[in-house]
Unconditional design. Structure first.
Length: 383
C-alpha cells in the first residue's frame, strides 16, 4: 500500500471530520455505551454533509469522486483510529454498502423517497434469523401490484436508527426474495435488542406483520445471492475501522508505559513491557497489511465470494480481542477501570467473531477454496 496515499486520506478525513468526531461523537461514547443509547441519526447526516461518503458512493448518489474501494477502506480505518465509538463506523459502512448495492441493482428509484431533499438514505441490512437461509420463516405474497410481507429478523444493526431495511423473505415458491421495507410501512415494528458490544449502534429485531407495499419494492428475486453479494462486498470494510482502533489502542499503551514509572523506572524501559508492546505493534501491522491486501484486490466484479476480503475479516476478528487484552495487561488497574475504554473495545471487538459470518465458517470456506484451487494442479499417482 502506498504510504503517501494513506497519509493523504488520513489528512483529508481529519479535515472533513475531526471536529465532528472530537466534539459530537467521541464525547458521548462512554455514556451511550453504558445506557445502550443509539447514536442520533443526525450524526450520520452531518458526517455526510462534511463529505464522509465522497469516495463510498456513486457520484449520482453523492457528490465526490465516486466509489473508490481502497480510499474508502482507508477512510474507515482512519475513522476507527480517531473515533472511540466503533458503532459510528459500523453504521457508516453498512449504510454505504446498502446504498451502493441498490445503485448497482439500478434501483435508485428506491433511494429517492428516502432522500428527502438530498439527505443520505439510511438503509440497514436485515437478514439474520438465527436459522439457515434455506429455512427462513416468513412469507411474501403478491396480489396485483402489491406484495404482502411477513418476517422477523432477529438482529439488525441500526434497527432503531435507520429509515429502511433491505430484507430477505421466502416467496410462495420458497425462493428467498430481496425486498426493501421502510420503518414507517404499516405493520413494521422494531424491538430493541440488548447486545454486549457496539451498544450505541441501535441493534434491534425488525418485524413485518402482513405489511402491504407496492411490488416495485422487490429488489431481487434471487435474495440468497443478493445477500451474499452484500456480505462479500462489505467483509473488508466491516473490519477497517476496528483495525484503526487497534492501532490507536497500541499507541495509547505506548504513551501510558512511557509516562508511568515503577521502581523509579519508566515502564517502557522494562524488557517484558517492550516485548508485549512489540507484540501489539506487530499484530496491528499484520492486520493492516491483510486489510490493505484485501482493499487492493477489491473487485467491482460483483462476486459472491472474495477470499482476500474474508481473510481480512478473519484476521482482524482473530487479533482484535488479543490486542484489547494486551492493552489491559499493559495498563494494569487503569485498564480495568470503568473510565478506560478498554472494556468497551473488548466487547465491541467480540462482535467481529460472529459478525458477517462466524470465524469458523470463514475457516471452512477458506479451506474448501484452497483445496479447490490446488486440486486441478495435482497429478494422479503414477502420472
Ligand atoms: C456486530 C454484529 C453485527 C451484526 N449485524 C447484522 C445486521 O446488520 N443484519 C443482520 O441480518 N445480521 C447481523 N448480525 C448477525 C450476524 O450476521 C450473524 O450473527 C452471523 O451471520 C452468525 O449467524 P448465527 O448467529 O446464526 O450463528 P450460528 O450460525 O448459530 O453460528 C454459531 C456457531 O456454529 C457454527 N456453525 C454454524 N453453521 C455451521 C455450518 N453450516 N457448518 C459448520 N459450523 C457451523 C459457527 O461457525 C459458529 O461457531 C450481526 C452480528 C454481529 C455480531
Amino acid at each position: 500500500m502506498n504510504r503517501e496515499l494513506i497519509g493523504a486520506v488520513a489528512a483529508d478525513t481529519d479535515r472533513r471530520l475531526h471536529r465532528l468526531l472530537d466534539t459530537r461523537v467521541n464525547p458521548g461514547a462512554a455514556a451511550r455505551d453504558a445506557a445502550a443509547a443509539p447514536l442520533p441519526a443526525e450524526l450520520l447526516h452531518e458526517a455526510a454533509r462534511h463529505g464522509l461518503f465522497h469516495c463510498a458512493l456513486p457520484t449520482d448518489v453523492c457528490t465526490g469522486r465516486g466509489f473508490a474501494p481502497v480510499r474508502w477502506g482507508l477512510v474507515l480505518e482512519h475513522i476507527g483510529y480517531r473515533c472511540t465509538d466503533l458503532s459510528f463506523p459500523l453504521l457508516v459502512y453498512l449504510t454505504a454498502g446498502t446504498i451502493r448495492r441498490l445503485h448497482h441493482d439500478q434501483r435508485t428509484d428506491l433511494l429517492e423517497p428516502l432522500s428527502d431533499g438530498g439527505r443520505l438514505p439510511l438503509i440497514g441490512f436485515a437478514y439474520t434469523e438465527q436459522r439457515d437461509p434455506f429455512d427462513f420463516r416468513g412469507s411474501l405474497t403478491r396480489h396485483g401490484d402489491t406484495i404482502t410481507v411477513t418476517t422477523e429478523k432477529s438482529i439488525v444493526a441500526g434497527a432503531r436508527i435507520l429509515d429502511a431495511f433491505l430484507t430477505y423473505v421466502p416467496d410462495a415458491q420458497g425462493r428467498l426474495t430481496a425486498v426493501l421495507l421502510h420503518r414507517t410501512d404499516p405493520g413494521v415494528s422494531i424491538a430493541p435488542l440488548a447486545v454486549s458490544g457496539f451498544r450505541s449502534a441501535g441493534f434491534g429485531t425488525v418485524r413485518a406483520a402482513d405489511t402491504a407495499v407496492p411490488c416495485d419494492r422487490i429488489v431481487d428475486t434471487d435474495g440468497l445471492a443478493h445477500a451474499q453479494r452484500i456480505l462479500n462486498a462489505e467483509a473488508a470494510f466491516f473490519v477497517a475501522a476496528p483495525t484503526g482502533r487497534m492501532r490507536a489502542i497500541a499507541e495509547a499503551c505506548a504513551m501510558h508505559v512511557a509516562a508511568t514509572e515503577r521502581h523509579d523506572t519508566p515502564l517502557a524501559d522494562y524488557p517484558n513491557v517492550q516485548s508485549l508492546l512489540g507484540r501489539m505493534h506487530a499484530t496491528v501491522e499484520s492486520c493492516r497489511a491483510t486489510l490493505y491486501q484485501a482493499l487492493e484486490a477489491y473487485g467491482e466484479d460483483d462476486s459472491l465470494w472474495s477470499p482476500l476480503s474474508w481473510i481480512a475479516k478473519y484476521t482482524v476478528g482473530q487479533h482484535a480481542l488479543s490486542v484489547a487484552a494486551m492493552a489491559q495487561r499493559l495498563t494494569g488497574t487503569q485498564g480495568f477501570l470503568d473510565t478506560s475504554p478498554c472494556a468497551r473495545h473488548l466487547r465491541d471487538f467480540s462482535g467481529l467473531l460472529a459478525g458477517g459470518n462466524p470465524q469458523e465458517k470463514v475457516e471452512i470456506d477458506l479451506g474448501v477454496h484452497l483445496t479447490q484451487t490446488i486440486r486441478p494442479t495435482l497429478r494422479a499417482p503414477g502420472e
